[in-house]
Design a protein around this ligand. Structure first.
Ligand code: OAD
Ligand code: ZN
Length: 246
């Protein structure tokens, strides 16, 4: 199933970077954004996940995010998330860059992680930037900051907003330094995350894609693993464990 070329790279690699998207959480029951069961087919992203929507109608905005939070409440990491926790043991310099805000990598136990788009279970004050970890789940009342009284919002990157500069630089550095780069379960259409696989390839990395479908990365990949991440990643972890112990 895996080529000898990939296995040789993984046996010798010390620096590995992984980028994940909504596809890795699909098998946990979290809807992806695009594709046939995409989240945004029922909810227009342009209307809801933007800073303009929050300013115009915070009530509707918060209803949408409460719904998303509730949907995540009973969701658990899957074997794909757990396999990536093992990657921390296999590679000395390892970084997991995720676009997901669902907290599942952290729940699984990943510690070397950058949440590029934030985390939906955290709130952030719109005025003083105070972070609340026990996120509110408001159905009617819009939450306000305990410190300054201003409105709070989920600590996620909305459309029209910039990413956290420090986190983005960390991700770009890891992409440009790594020997092997994995792009897993992402459609590769949202920038700047979508440029990370190309950045790694331009700097000599071996590019591996795990996805059920074709993406803009597919033709540039050195290895294309077509199928569900929750199945492929545990198999890959088992093989790495074996070849590294030889
Ligand atoms: P998308 O919904 O755009 O893409 C999901 C990808 O996962 C698709 O390429 C699917 O083919 C693939 N996929 C689905 N199930 C899979 C499985 N079981 N195993 C492997 N692959 C699978 O999600 P993202 O690329 O993550 O931004 O979207 C990027 C960003 O767009 C999100 O972070 C979000 C959204 O707007 C923000 O929240 C700022
Ligand atoms: Zn505040």
């Amino acid at each position: 199933m895996f080529t000898n070329k990939l296995l040789a790279r993984l046996r010798d690699a010390t620096t590995v970077t992984v980028l994940t998207g909504a596809g890795i959480s699909a098998e946990s029951g979290v809807p992806t954004f695009r594709g046939k069961d995409g989240l945004w087919q029922n909810h227009k992203v342009e209307e809801l996940a933007t800073i303009a929507a929050f300013q115009k109608n915070p009530q509707l905005f918060w209803q949408f995010y409460s719904w998303r939070r509730k949907a995540l409440r009973d969701v658990k990491p899957n074997l794909g998330h757990y396999a990536l926790v093992d990657f921390e043991r296999y590679f000395k310099d390892y970084l997991l860059v995720t676009q997901n805000v669902d907290n599942l990598h952290i729940l699984a136990g990943s510690t070397k992680i950058v949440e590029l788009h934030g985390n939906i279970l955290r709130d952030r004050c719109t005025k003083c930037n105070a972070i609340t970890v026990t996120a509110a789940d408001p159905d009617s009342q819009i939450p306000t900051c305990k410190k300054c009284g201003a409105l709070v919002r989920p600590d996620v990157v909305l459309f029209g907003e910039n990413l956290n500069e420090i986190l983005l630089r960390k991700a770009q550095h890891a992409a440009s330094e790594c020997e092997v780069f994995f792009s897993i379960g992402t459609s590769g259409v949202v920038e700047p995350a979508a440029s990370l696989p190309f950045l790694s390839k331009a700097n000599g990395a071996f590019l591996v894609e795990i996805n059920e479908e074709e993406t803009p990365f597919s033709v540039h990949s050195n290895e294309m693993l077509r199928g569900p991440a929750g199945k492929i990643l545990p198999q890959l972890a088992m093989v790495i464990e074996k070849i590294q112990s030889r």
